[in-house]
Design a binder for this molecule. Structure first.
Ligand code: ADP
Ligand code: MG
Length: 330
């Protein structure tokens, strides 16, 4: 059976591009990039969110779901170093859910986040489904012409960074799977992990900072996990990478709930959904921006190499090859 990556590649090869193509970037990055005018490019992304595949109604609330539907697309806009501007959202809802206050509460969560980033909902569609909830979230935004940060710009010798802390969303999912029910009065660490899973924060400000200062050579958002998403950068950039296991910033809320290093690194590498940014920087640029990187708590986790598509994980000064594993829909 073909993987999601093989499927996307097949579509990419089959799609008949008009000549000349109007797209600056088409299939293969976090967003497509289109020319707007002499100064500005448009970026646009879509995400499909399916009940019982991407979320479970018994583990979340309609408000969290509305927030997350928008947040995952905002995260792709952040990964281009762009500013979000417009959104469209389509929802398919089973009859029984339609009769409840689900939709109202969904948009409550959606608009709260949209307001924070000044995103204008400009359309969408609504239909019934036989059984499960389906949401298609589209967000469009803008960058300075030619300044969208692509997955394909990493060079051997570039340093690899992540924003924030990793593994929290996977830890939260594990808690939910093990029967933990979200309850605001629950213990803070558990609550924080569950919130990382249910209510992710898109890293718009970090993405904007990196592109405005021309610091990132390549960037992606961490939706699949460090292992899979670094692989996407390596494939697109025709490079390899080294990751330093001891330098990965694990979510502090995992401490004492998930003690073993094995479990934490598994969450960070293969858990996904942290929606932090993974980016590469030329070492000279890093030395100039070091103070700002420290202030913003960006963590240096590795280095880009010339070993095409080979990702090494260095731990206790020993090196092993990291096998692809990230979250798969199929
Ligand atoms: P992300 O995790 O950043 O949302 P995806 O892994 O979903 O990215 O998609 C990777 C690339 O493949 C994107 O450019 C996306 O637009 C494209 N893509 C995904 N599914 C399809 C599809 N069914 N048809 C065409 N392009 C697709
Ligand atoms: Mg992405």
């Amino acid at each position: 059976m073909q993987s999601e990556f093989e499927f996307i590649n097949k579509i990419k090869n089959k799609s008949r591009k008009p000549q000349p193509s109007q797209a600056v970037v088409g299939i293969g990055d976090d967003c497509a990039v289109l020319p707007k005018n002499a100064k500005t490019d448009l970026v646009i992304t879509t995400d499909l969110i399916v009940e019982d595949i991407d979320f479970r109604t018994e583990w979340t609330t309609p408000e969290f779901l509305g927030h997350k539907a928008l947040a995952v697309s905002l995260s792709d806009i952040a990964a281009m170093g762009a500013k979000p501007v417009w959104s469209m959202t389509s929802i398919g809802i089973p009859q029984a859910i339609w009769k409840t206050d689900f939709v109202e509460r969904f948009y409550e969560g959606y608009f709260r986040l949209a307001e924070k980033y000044n995103v204008e909902l400009i359309g969408g569609d609504v239909s019934k489904t036989p059984d499960k909830i389906v949401i298609d979230s589209i967000v469009a935004g803008e960058t300075k012409k030619g300044k969208a940060v692509l997955r394909s710009g990493a060079k051997a010798g570039d340093l690899i960074f992540v924003t924030g802390e990793l593994g929290g969303a996977a830890g939260g999912l594990k808690l939910l799977e093990s029967g933990f029910n979200f309850n605001p009065s629950e213990e803070a660490r558990q609550k924080n992990l569950v919130l990382r899973q249910l209510q992710p924060s898109p890293q718009i400000s970090s993405g904007d900072f990196l592109s405005a200062n021309k610091l990132a050579t390549a960037m992606i958002d961490l939706s699949d996990g460090l292992s899979g998403d670094l692989r996407h950068i390596c494939r697109a950039s025709n490079t390899g990478a080294k990751l330093f296991a001891e330098k990965i910033p694990f979510d502090k809320n995992l401490n004492s709930l998930f003690e073993s290093f094995e479990e934490k690194i598994e969450f960070a590498l293969n858990g996904g959904e942290d929606f932090e940014l993974l980016f590469t920087v030329n070492p000279k640029k890093y030395f100039q921006a070091q103070n700002e990187f420290e202030k913003r708590r960006f963590s240096l986790v590795g280095e880009i190499t010339a070993n095409v598509e080979m990702i090494e994980l260095i731990r206790d000064e020993k090196s092993g090859i990291l096998q692809p594993k990230g979250f798969r829909h199929f």
